[in-house]
Design a protein around this ligand. Structure first.
Ligand code: TYM
Length: 335
């Protein structure tokens, strides 16, 4: 039996942070040998908000290098750049024409990001989830490992696929495969270091709110030292009343590899002065191998180029077949 397919991606907008790692990339790595995996650097998504053309290509490269540094293994996985496979934009147009506008206007991330953009909201920002649906549906993905914030986009992807199948497929021969989100319980929503009630995010203006995967040891230490805590003695998991404490204990559990129970027991009588150094050490230890591998990979442009060229070829083969299937179902004249 052939392996099930996994697809996921990250936007190349600056530095990736530990939320991206714990919510998504770590899970891609852990399960990769059981699946046929496609991981893309979603550069087309990165231009849905104003971007700097001088750094887009470099960020795309660096993100691909980070995928490898985090442990993506080319024996099981294909890494490619979204804009290199033109089927993504072509399928997006086809899906656009069957997606009701009000489905997109309901998207929480659109509403949040639109507020931040003020007058400058592009059509692309509204259309962002349709492009994401195209990314997933082109690969007949069975599973899509993401953080909690992408759940609504995954539901929309399923709704779009159902609509295409209802309109243009037959009950026994669906046009598109319905994907399932894969959202782990722990790490699916890593919170900001400066506010335990909001998500750690690349777009937060304060760099102190997040730990980036490539932050130096000194910077990690400084960020944890200054992060928001609470004045209660003894550390406990309590999302409602102690969001910062819960977030930091979860990070410690994930980086040290200890279970939540072990963590709760170890830290129940600790104060922040005792806890922060052990969290700092666990974080630095966990990120060090990634940082070391990254430095080796990112300087080898020839190697990265060849990985992305090969990835593009593999991705195109699969994506073009699906695109043709959809175009045939929609009744286009064949070439
Ligand atoms: P992006 O680039 O915002 O984030 C990449 C991945 O990181 C997860 N994530 C988090 N997980 C836990 N805690 C956080 N604080 C946190 N912040 C981000 C996200 O859930 C995501 O899994 N639309 C997507 C990219 C995308 C995609 C796709 C994903 C485009 N096409 C197809 C899957 C399949 C995004 O903007 O992710």
């Amino acid at each position: 039996m052939s392996k099930q397919r996994v697809l996921s991606g990250v936007q190349p907008t600056g530095n990736l942070h530990i939320g991206n790692y714990l919510g998504a990339i770590r899970n891609w790595v852990e399960d990769q040998s059981n699946y046929d995996n496609f991981f893309c650097v979603v550069d087309l998504h990165a231009i849905t908000v104003p971007h700097d053309p001088k750094i887009l290509a470099n960020n795309t490269y660096n993100t691909a290098a980070l995928y490898l540094a985090c442990g993506i293994d080319l024996e099981y996985s294909t890494i490619f750049v979204q804009s290199h496979v033109t089927a993504h934009t072509e399928l997006t147009w086809l899906l656009n024409c069957i997606t009701p506008l009000n489905w997109l206007e309901r998207m929480i991330q659109f509403k949040e990001k639109a507020v931040k953009q003020g007058e400058n909201v592009s059509v692309g920002l509204l259309d962002y989830p349709v492009l994401m649906a195209a990314d997933i549906l082109l690969y007949d993905a069975d599973r899509v490992p993401v953080g909690e914030d992408q759940k609504q986009h995954l539901e929309l992807t399923r709704d779009i696929a159902i609509r295409i199948n209802d309109k243009f497929g037959s009950p026994d021969i669906p046009v598109l495969k319905l994907p399932n989100p894969l959202i782990r319980k722990e790490g699916a929503r890593v919170m900001s270091l400066t506010d335990g009630t909001s998500k750690m995010s690349k777009s937060d203006p304060s760099d102190m709110s997040r730990i980036n995967l490539l932050d130096s040891q000194e910077l990690i230490q400084k960020k944890i030292k200054r992060c928001k805590t609470d004045p209660i003695k003894g550390l406990t998991f309590d999302v409602e009343n102690r969001p910062e404490c819960t977030n930091l204990l979860t990070l410690y559990s994930l980086f040290s590899g200890k279970s939540l129970e072990e963590t709760a027991k170890e830290c129940e009588n600790m104060g922040w002065g005792q806890f922060k150094p052990i969290l700092t050490e666990a974080t630095i230890e966990a990120l060090k191998p990634i940082q070391d591998r990254y430095q080796a990979i990112v300087n080898d442009k020839g190697y990265l180029d060849s990985v992305l060229r090969e990835g593009c070829q593999k991705a195109e083969t699969v994506a073009n077949q699906t695109l043709l299937r959809v175009k045939n179902a929609l009744g286009f004249l064949q070439k």
